[in-house]
Design a protein around this ligand. Structure first.
Ligand SMILES: Cc1ncc(COP(=O)(O)O)c(C=O)c1O
Length: 404
């Protein structure tokens, strides 16, 4: 257990009222627990501060509008975007990807064009592309993984052609923790004139993300994995792309002028935010960003990297256990045990007060590539410590005893 004593461990579990003493919550890749200050921000927004945004002429609504738009600026700064007008609030990464599939790919691609994905994508970064490809008559190609389970960018350089108009890749795999070299992927995509979308669900909670340095075209993430609430997420896109995209949904707030003779639309980002927005979700997301920013994403990354090393070192002692993903995976460790279904691993660990995810993790094509139906997955956050890893390892010892 020396790695964590060498690094300065984070100890933020006390910030999280939903984590009782002795419970090892190792499912942050599914959703992060909420620190008290995020809960307080949500309570305040529904309580003393509550009002609608953008429309009210009274003071409370004007204040709420200021807070809502300040949150948009905070997200822009968090991603190093050029302007808050590049930030579209959506329900989550899933909606962000569907929006791009519908409004960008659905209008820019034609029959015979190609879309490039990878073997490790979450279903959210597969199915929307399949739906649009089927509608248009476009084709999907799939990048293989390297032997250590990263998206193979050498293969990408060899496979990509001018027919490829869009590349959509996970910045960090939700199963393997593999970190993509996003800048290299963007350079390869741009070398044939393709646009690139990065799915940042698993990267924003555990590393600094700079969309300018990445030079990607679209970036999406979900608030609930960033210690914020569910039902809120972000789509960032280069301004010229947003400008050229038609609306996603019609309704209030996304218009310039409505008449039966014809309706004109608001400029981005309002054009993509039809209806009363998730005001409280946006304020909760801003509180989540404040929370991780104050701790420091570099420190969070270093902490989770140390926990991953500790976990991988300890689990590799079990002969019957297979570890997936690269050594330097970010915050996530997937594994299987010969002859034991991952659901049984999860159930026995639950009895030991260790919460892991077991299943296909919304990545069935990846399971096929790995040659398994499912894996068990431990994933870390700012509240985890070496004690949680010890509890996991004790639980795995019990699993191997029970199953012989
Ligand atoms: C890599 C990745 N992409 C996309 C998603 C979808 O996120 P959401 O369900 O919040 O829209 C997830 C959530 O598990 C994820 O881990």
């Amino acid at each position: 257990m020396s790695v964590l004593t060498q690094t300065r461990p984070l100890d933020h579990v006390a910030d999280f009222p939903a984590i009782p003493a002795g419970w090892a919550y190792l499912d942050t890749a599914a959703t992060a627990q909420k620190p008290q200050e995020v809960i307080d921000a949500i309570t305040r927004a529904y309580d003393t501060d509550y009002a609608t945004v953008h429309r009210g002429v009274y003071q409370r609504s004007a204040d709420m509008t200021l807070a809502y738009e300040a949150a948009r600026r905070k997200v822009a700064k968090f991603l190093n975007a050029g302007s808050e007008n590049e930030i579209v609030f959506v329900r989550g990464a899933t909606e962000g990807i569907n929006l791009v599939a519908h409004c960008w790919a659905g209008t820019q691609l034609k029959a015979g064009d190609r879309i490039l994905l990878s073997q490790l994508e979450h279903h959210s970064n597969i199915v929307p592309w399949q739906m649009v490809a089927e509608r248009i008559g476009a084709q999907i190609d799939v990048l293989p993984l390297t032997a250590d389970h990263r998206i193979d960018l050498d293969a990408m350089a060899a496979m990509i052609t001018p027919q490829h108009k869009l590349v959509a890749l996970g910045h960090v795999s939700n199963v393997l923790g593999s970190v993509l070299d996003g800048r290299r992927a963007a350079d390869i995509a741009h070398s044939v004139g393709a646009k690139i979308l990065l799915d940042g669900c698993q990267s924003v909670p555990r590393m600094t993300v700079d969309v300018a340095a990445l030079d990607c075209d679209f970036y999406v993430f979900s608030g609930h994995k960033l210690y914020g609430p569910t039902g809120i997420g972000v789509l960032w896109a280069k301004p010229a792309l947003l400008e050229a995209m038609p609306p996603y949904q019609g309704g209030g707030a996304m218009i310039d002028k409505v008449s039966f003779a014809g309706t004109t639309y608001a400029p981005p980002p309002g054009r993509f935010e039809a209806g009363t927005p998730h005001i409280v979700g946006v304020l909760g997301l801003a509180a989540g960003i404040d929370y991780v920013t104050r701790i420091g994403l570099e420190r969070i990354h270093a902490h989770e990297t140390a926990l991953v090393k500790l976990t991988r070192d300890a689990l590799s002692q079990f002969n019957s256990l297979t570890l997936f993903g690269p050594e330097d995976s970010a915050g996530i460790v997937s594994f299987s045990i010969a002859g034991v279904h991952p659901h049984d691993i999860g159930t026995i660990l639950d009895e030991a007060k260790v919460a892991v995810r077991a299943g296909h993790h919304c990545a069935q094509p990846l399971m096929e590539t790995l040659g398994v139906d499912a894996t068990a997955r431990a994933s870390f956050g700012v509240y985890n410590s070496a004690a949680d890893v010890e509890a996991l390892v004790r639980g795995i010892e019990r699993v191997t005893r029970i199953f012989g």
